[in-house]
Write a protein that binds this ligand. Structure first.
Ligand SMILES: Cc1ncc(COP(=O)(O)O)c(C=O)c1O
Length: 448
């Protein structure tokens, strides 16, 4: 089930790395093999207590295994353990980070930018909103009500006013509601989510850009989840228009540790105007920026960061370049087509109702029932029953009022409805859809 064949490649690569330091006197390190073995086996034992995130029958939360090359390159880098804070602590890995980030920027059509990797999407969004607040002090940050909760919390940390904008039936930011806020409030930044966490929805960027010329706010893109879909060849016309407009925004966040095949600890933030680098300026007596070349610690809020993350990302992009023609793009298109397939099956099945058409590769649907409480109860039963059969879905809470538009006969006896949600992030989900559907069917027959 797990790829272990590739592990042997690591021995050769470690030796190759070591030979670069052969001029140094030996330090004679003998590992305590028996101690290591015992500890590792106990770790393996403990780690069995996980859902099988790596398997296509795990079709629940946002979980995707890293590519073998990312796993191997990350591990290889740990023999050095570089820190990308400063060139002095990670010369080679800092260069790999700059190259890897340049490829991501190029994917969005940017050749001039300022950007770097971060510990994840939250940290990357924090930096983007921090810069937004520095440029527009005292002005409001707005996101759709379906945006990741991190934006409200980050605004609180930064002392910035924050307001959620209602969504339309497709869980995208409602333009009328946005316009109303722009008319009445002093908005500094509009956060457009390209691939919301809950439903994978894509906010209306093109129309927001038109409003920007009228009202003059910054546009920050949170595409922590959806950013890489710009390479997919089967987006809806709405999705394509949004991705093609990304070059005109002010900042972008994308998470290589979501759809970029990376281990956790790899987010990325990009700013279109390199001059914002001035906000990061700091002067500390214990930092050792020994050359005039760019040290990544001079343009990031985090101090120490794993150089290994950059090494893994660079290696992955070498093997799977971020181009529309390559394997990486075609795997993303497969994920999206798995979602379209599941959506169609749900739509054609009288027992279910989809909440909206998927914009990316997340499908949200619900069992039909007479009341919000009954829909919720059924969703939870299905979630449990499918899990017993090793099919793992997720439960998602949606406003009952919005749900009523797709399930007209449903009585609203509670504010929100528990629905079912699948993030179909693995390209294999497409081939596994018959099996997934069969297990869902069997589970439906076993519940009342
Ligand atoms: C759209 C979006 N933004 C931000 C985040 C937060 O990113 P992270 O979990 O990497 O901190 C997520 C995580 O799911 C997300 O989906």
């Amino acid at each position: 089930m797990f790829d272990s064949k590739s592990i042997s490649l690591l021995t050769e690569a470690v030796k190759h790395l070591e030979s670069g330091f052969s001029e140094l006197p030996d330090i004679n390190q003998e590992p305590d093999l028996e101690g290591l073995r015992k500890t590792l086996l106990s770790v393996a034992e403990t780690m069995r207590d996980n859902y099988p995130y790596f398997h296509p029958l795990y079709a629940g939360q946002m979980m995707k295994p890293p590519h073998p090359v990312a796993r191997l390159a990350y591990t290889l880098a740990l023999w050095i353990n570089p820190n990308n804070h400063a060139l002095d602590a990670g010369r080679a890995s800092s260069q790999l980070e700059k190259d890897a980030v340049a490829s991501i920027a190029e994917m969005f059509g940017w050749d001039k930018y300022l950007g770097h990797l971060t510990g994840g999407g939250t940290m990357a969004n924090l930096e983007a909103l921090w810069v937004a607040g520095r440029l527009n002090p005292g002005k409001l940050i707005v996101t759709s009500e379906q945006a990741h909760y991190t934006h409200g919390r980050i605004s609180e940390i930064l002392g910035l006013e924050f307001k959620p904008v209602p969504c339309d039936q497709k869980a995208r930011m409602d333009l009328k509601a946005l316009k109303q806020i722009l008319e009445t409030e002093n908005v500094g930044t509009v956060v457009i989510t390209v691939g919301t966490t809950g439903t994978g929805s894509i906010d209306p960027l093109v129309e927001t850009l038109e409003l920007q010329s009228q009202y003059g706010f910054r546009i920050h893109i949170d595409s922590a989840y959806g950013g890489y879909f710009t390479l997919a060849d089967n987006l809806s016309p709405h999705g394509r228009r949004v991705y093609d407009a990304l070059k005109s925004v002010d900042s972008i966040v994308i998470d290589p540790h979501k759809h970029g095949l990376q281990p956790y600890g790899c987010g990325c933030v990009l700013f279109r105007d390199p001059a914002i680098g001035r906000f990061y300026k700091h002067d500390s007596p214990y930092t050792y920026f020994s050359s005039s070349d760019l040290h990544l610690g001079e343009i990031s809020l985090e101090c120490s960061r794993a150089g290994a993350s950059a090494v893994a990302l660079w290696a992955t992009q070498q093997l799977l370049p971020l181009t529309r023609e390559g394997q990486f793009a075609s795997d993303l298109s497969k994920s999206r087509s798995a979602a379209l397939d599941l959506h169609q099956r749900v739509q054609e099945d009288p027992r279910f109702v989809p909440l909206m058409e998927p914009d990316t590769d997340i499908v949200v649907w619900a069992p039909k029932a007479e009341s919000a409480s009954r829909v919720s109860q059924l969703s939870r039963r299905i979630f449990e029953k499918t899990a017993e059969k090793n099919l793992h879905l997720a439960v998602f809470s949606y406003p009952a009022k919005k749900m009523k538009a797709v399930l007209k006969e449903m009585e609203i006896d509670q504010e929100s409805v528990a629905c079912l949600r699948s993030c179909l992030m693995k390209p294999q989900h497409k081939e596994w859809m018959d099996r997934i559907w069969e297990l869902l069917n069997q589970s439906m027959q076993e519940i009342d």
